[in-house]
Ligand binder design. Structure first.
Ligand code: HEC
Ligand code: HEC
Length: 264
């Protein structure tokens, strides 16, 4: 695909720290040579993928460089085969950063981090309307992950049979530790690695199922927040009386596990 120098610079805006004016763009980015074929604007083209094939690839890739690499790489790898550029130019190694909740921090599950990135890549844009759709799909993936007994992907030749848990969270720390409690395995065990490899399979497959549905205009959110959490948000989140908590996620794993909510 041919992209003009001007178009490329526009797309390179983020790398140039959002420099908008011509002069500033030139001073910050003028020295760099535009590639022959730059990255086209989002969303990038998406075609229907085989969700089971992607899941199997994610499981295998997990053993190479972890969850975030596996979920992004399995989907982008299939797109590279079917669509070619721009996916063939994507640096697969990049998403390794998100492994084990970002660099081992135990924050956002790397599989979900990758699912959100890929969703935005094929359904998002800096235009408001498209951001909304990509965010809606992303939230549905996150809620599915929190509410479903996972991992529900089983490889052709499992290394161990898996214990499934409903994590009620999108955080690596809570998800992994709940699983360790249920399985009586340690975080550094081979069983835990297999569990997360299967989880990468589950997340990659589910993401592809939703993106396939989105492709034909058939995506509908299927995992709303629990009624309890919705009631919390009515008093605490955006548009509420208190507006002191931004959280479109289950509140219960963190709040009032030992003490009740103050009397109102
Ligand atoms: C009807 C409105 C309402 C609902 C529903 C509600 N809250 Fe609250 N929440 C309040 C108010 C008002 C306070 C402040 C109470 C106070 O300071 O005495 C509060 C306080 C809190 C606090 C601070 C508590 C503390 O110990 O200081 C947390 C955390 C909280 N709510 C979370 C939640 C969660 C989680 C839910 C859902 C399970 C929830 N709230 C449901 C109105 C509500
Ligand atoms: C991953 C854990 C986590 C989740 C999930 C979470 N919270 Fe919190 N929340 C916290 C922590 C930690 C604080 C800071 C508590 C403190 O300073 O004592 C906090 C603070 C708050 C406060 C302010 C409490 C105060 O003392 O005034 C409110 C209100 C609150 N959260 C509501 C919610 C609601 C509503 C949800 C769900 C929609 C939610 N939180 C989800 C961990 C969480």
């Amino acid at each position: 695909m041919q992209v003009s120098r001007r178009g490329w610079l526009k797309n390179a805006g983020v790398a140039c720290f959002g420099a908008a004016s011509g002069g500033l763009t030139a001073s910050l980015c003028g020295a760099s040579t535009p590639p022959a074929a730059g990255a086209p604007p989002l969303p990038w083209p998406y075609v229907k993928l085989d969700a089971d094939a992607v899941a199997a690839a994610a499981y295998e890739m997990h053993y190479k460089a972890g969850c975030c690499y596996a979920v992004s790489g399995s989907i982008i790898g299939e797109l590279a085969k079917k669509v070619g550029a721009p996916y063939t130019n994507w640096p697969m190694a990049l998403m390794t950063y998100g492994g084990a909740g970002v660099a081992g921090v135990g924050s956002l599950c790397g599989g979900l981090n990758a699912a959100a990135m890929v969703t935005f890549m094929v359904a998002g844009s800096d235009e408001k309307a498209k951001q909304g759709k990509a965010s809606e799909i992303t939230r549905d993936i996150f809620n599915w992950y929190s509410q479903t007994a996972l991992p529900d992907f089983r490889p052709a030749q499992p290394k161990f049979e898996n214990v499934k848990i409903v994590s009620r969270t999108n955080l690596c720390h809570i998800s992994v530790t709940k699983w360790c409690k249920a399985s009586k395995c340690k975080i550094s065990s081979k069983e835990r690695e297999e569990r997360c490899a299967c989880l990468s399979g589950s997340v990659a497959r589910h993401t592809v199922e939703l993106l396939n549905a989105h492709l034909v205009g058939a995506f509908k959110p299927a995992h709303p927040l629990s009624e309890e959490t919705q009631s919390c948000r009515k008093c605490h989140d955006k548009g509420s009386a208190r507006e002191d908590a931004r959280a479109q996620q289950d509140c219960a794993p963190c709040h009032f596990t030992k003490t009740p909510h103050p009397k109102l």
